[in-house]
Design a protein around this ligand. Structure first.
Ligand SMILES: *Cc1c(COP(=O)(O)O)cnc(C)c1O
Length: 431
């Protein structure tokens, strides 16, 4: 099985110790199911490792764009970690969940005037500022409100992570952040330090997502700590916080590795400590912003099989009652998944077919060349694993298909945390 919370017993698939066909019957399909214990286990893997290797002032920030709804912010609040938000909508959701916004870090490469105002008014702890235009707007707004805003500056270290093009964010020519290599970042620091209503607390970078490459974070840290040192030398300013972003990869298919979070953070801490020693810098307070690696394998999507099409000499199709509306990741960047026929786990799978959705798009594919039991037929239940990240948060109403519910499983008990959208919801804003 692709993750340790997935098991099979008597021909049936279990997720977080619950028989998934029971959930399909009880709540209908398509359905997102999530394993709360797994989410907390992953949060704690980060929390413990950061504490162990960086000390008590280190902080994990959940990158909530990976999966954002009220209940998940409650979990992060109970776990006492911070959150990374990228829009006023995420801020609003976290606030509605009672999350303490002092522990929120507001990202985005293009914060609107509204975002800036809304964030400051709601006393968001930090803005992770992308460019000087934005910093000046924050400064002006703070002047008006007579406050000072804590800010991290997002810089691009010029690192290529060798993942999908869409997942690379740390290259010099990225739309995110301000480049170190061109000298723009250090010049900007000088300008920020002159502003009265901005408290520059440190530097942020984020090099990509679904990162497996051994030394990406170390190479990033070397460039970033040198930047901390250059800033200190040029301005006498020693930044307090180093936020290295998120991006650790997760296992979607058998060929993917399982990353050891503790080991990664240990190696990274050793690198940062030795680089800081080299430049006689004190070790900054460390932040990491995992999104995918906290929620991806805590999620699974259940579908019901509909029509099956066999085109002799060409290919076959197994169609399901969801698709790119609840999981656009194959359509977006050819993401791969592991899928199971949840009610036929003991049967031999040797029927190859594309697992496709019900949307009016040929690209509406969940997994090409998937393997099913020969007996696959209408009403069988398909489970697609590792869908906790960037599925619900990227879902759409294309073809006016309502978004599925999310059911949480905690200690063997299941309960709805997001209701299934209704047809009424679909026309709610239509005038
Ligand atoms: C997307 C993003 C993350 C989280 O990335 P994952 O791959 O989900 O861990 C963290 N920080 C920033 C700035 C991001 O844009």
């Amino acid at each position: 099985m692709i993750c340790d919370n997935i098991k099979k017993l008597n021909n049936e698939l279990y997720f977080a110790d619950v028989k998934v066909t029971d959930l399909a019957k009880k709540y209908g399909t398509p359905l997102y199911i999530m394993d709360e214990n797994k989410i907390r286990q992953k949060v704690n893997a980060y929390k413990n490792a950061l504490k162990k290797y960086f000390g008590y002032d280190a902080l994990t920030l959940y990158a909530s764009k990976a999966c954002s709804f009220k209940y998940i912010y409650k979990i992060m609040s109970e776990e006492n970690i911070g959150i990374d938000i990228v829009s006023s909508g995420e801020l609003y959701t976290a606030k509605a969940a009672g999350f303490n916004l002092a522990n929120a870090y507001f990202h985005s490469n293009n914060k609107t005037d509204f975002d800036i105002k809304y964030g400051i008014e709601n006393k968001v702890g930090y803005f992770v500022a992308d460019n000087i235009e934005e910093i000046n707007l924050i400064d002006e707004e703070c002047k008006r409100l007579n406050t000072v805003q804590k800010v991290l500056l997002r810089v691009t270290p010029g690192i290529d992570t060798h993942t999908y093009e869409a997942d690379k964010t740390g290259k010099v020519d990225s739309k995110f952040g301000t480049a170190i290599e061109t000298g723009q970042a250090i010049e900007m620091v000088g300008n920020i330090l002159k502003l009265n209503n901005i408290e520059l607390c440190g530097f942020h970078c984020h090099v990509g997502s679904q990162v497996f490459e051994e030394d990406v974070y170390e190479r990033t840290a070397v460039i970033m700590i040198k930047f901390f040192a250059d800033v200190k030398e040029k301005y006498g300013f020693e930044a307090k916080i180093f936020d290295i972003g998120g991006g650790l990869g997760v296992r979607y298919i058998d060929n993917d590795k399982t990353l050891d979070i503790d080991k990664k953070i240990k190696e990274l801490s050793e690198c940062i400590k030795s680089e800081c020693a080299k430049y006689k810098l004190s070790i900054p307070s460390f932040r990491m912003e995992p999104g995918r690696s906290i929620v991806a394998d805590a999620g699974m999507t259940l579908y019901t099989v509909g029509s099956i099409k066999i085109i002799p000499g060409y290919k076959n199709y197994v169609s399901i009652d969801g698709g790119m509306t609840d999981n656009p990741r194959y359509a977006l960047y050819r993401a791969d998944y592991t899928c199971y026929t949840a009610n036929k786990m003991d049967e031999i799978s040797d029927f190859e077919a594309d697992l496709v959705g019900r949307c009016c798009e040929s690209g509406d594919i969940i997994k090409p060349k998937a393997i099913f039991p020969k007996s696959i037929k209408r009403d069988d239940i398909i489970a697609v694993a590792t869908t906790g990240a960037y599925n619900y948060s990227m879902a759409s109403n294309y073809n006016r298909i309502p978004r599925p519910a999310i059911v949480m499983i905690k200690d063997g008990k299941d309960f709805e945390v997001v209701k299934r959208e209704s047809f009424e919801n679909l026309i709610e804003n239509d005038i």
